[in-house]
Design a protein around this ligand. Structure first.
Ligand SMILES: Nc1nc2c(ncn2[C@@H]2O[C@H](COP(=O)(O)OP(=O)(O)OP(=O)(O)O)[C@@H](O)[C@H]2O)c(=O)[nH]1
Length: 320
């Protein structure tokens, strides 16, 4: 028995019926790296089987290392979702990149994602060169979005990606159609060290609720205005509290920060219509996440140039 009381593999002499005798349970961390928009978050969600990372059709919406956990009979794979590597333009950009680099050296296996439907370019080569520096961590190259390419294109992409570096494996998959997701999971799990499960069974993410809720609100606020304010919105959830005398209602109080008064106008919309929509959309997602009815108190504030100000960055949850 493990500490949590569940049966896991051969840990402490208990053999799980799903595991061949003699195999040892494995556990550890994986992360996906790749250019923005190549499908890293979507792949993580598909492997975990629930929406924990935030995906969108615009690059660099993922700002935090959100972890998803894949519970397998033979292994527990904790996935750290990294933002896309990109050239630092603002202080925030520099922090993203140092976050990516430290993540790479801390994990047990890296999944390097390149989409099947786009030519291999300088961005992919830049990341491949970065990965060549991370000597001790095995890298599985993953050709994503195979549903958007024909067989010939996928085959050619596999060859091109193989030529980019020294990979432990090269595998094609589609998070959209589910093609080869099991194989991706197998290949990543195979590279983990033997060890106890790191999280109790059934737990999908170890992000605090407050951060997940803030991400859902930010995602809702970006809907439809990404072109105008792609990186200028941040959300802080002040409080999540069950309503007194009610066991079916939770109060969520949150601040939505923008950089300039003009952006405030965009987010609020004519007669507050847009902000109301954002609130409704976010509330539905939060209700799904928390499994209860939610009253969302969402207010907007201007925090001038928050991306360039270390104090503001810390306040908004971006730590050194
Ligand atoms: N057709 C298809 N679309 C996909 C697939 N995987 C991801 N997408 C789409 O590609 C876009 C980008 O996906 P994300 O998962 O947000 O990409 P990301 O690499 O995490 O992006 P960043 O967070 O910006 O680094 C989204 O519109 C997804 O719906 C896939 O297997 N097939």
């Amino acid at each position: 028995m493990s500490e949590s009381g569940a049966e896991y593999g051969t840990i402490d002499g208990v053999t799980s019926p799903q595991m061949p005798t003699g195999t040892r349970f494995k556990s550890g961390f994986a992360c996906f790296i790749g250019r923005p928009n190549v499908g890293k978050s979507t792949l993580m969600n598909a492997l975990v089987g629930t929406k924990v990372a935030i995906t969108s059709s615009k690059p660099q919406t993922t700002r935090r290392a959100i972890r998803g956990i894949v519970h397998r009979p033979d292994a527990q794979l904790v996935i750290v979702d990294t933002p896309g590597l990109h050239k630092p333009r603002t202080l925030l950009g520099e922090r993203l990149d140092s976050l990516v680099r430290s993540t790479l050296s801390e994990v047990d296996v890296i999944g390097f994602c390149v989409p099947a439907n786009e030519p291999v370019g300088p961005g992919d080569r830049f990341i491949a060169a970065e990965l060549a520096q991370v000597k001790r961590t095995p890298v599985v190259a993953i050709v994503t979005k195979t549903d958007l390419a024909d067989r010939q294109q996928v085959a050619e992409q596999l060859l091109k990606v193989s030529a980019l570096g020294e990979w432990a494996d090269v595998v094609p998959c589609s998070a959209e159609s589910g093609y080869q997701l099991e194989v991706v999971s197998d290949l990543l799990a195979a590279r983990l060290p033997e060890g106890m499960p790191l999280y109790p069974e059934g737990e999908l993410t170890d992000e605090p609720e407050q951060i997940l809720v803030a991400e859902l609100i930010r995602e809702a606020a970006l809907e439809g205005v990404r072109e105008e304010l792609p990186h200028s919105i941040a959300v802080v959830v002040e409080e999540i509290r069950p309503r007194e005398d009610r066991d079916d209602l939770v109060d969520v109080q949150a601040w939505l920060y923008v950089e300039r008064p003009s952006q405030k106008g965009i987010v609020i919309g004519p007669k507050g219509a847009r902000l109301k929509e954002v609130g409704t959309r976010a509330r539905k997602q939060i209700e799904a996440l928390l499994g209860t009815k939610v009253y969302l108190d969402l207010r907007i504030k201007v925090a001038k140039d928050w991306q360039r100000d270390p104090k503001q960055l810390r306040r908004l949850g971006f730590y050194d």
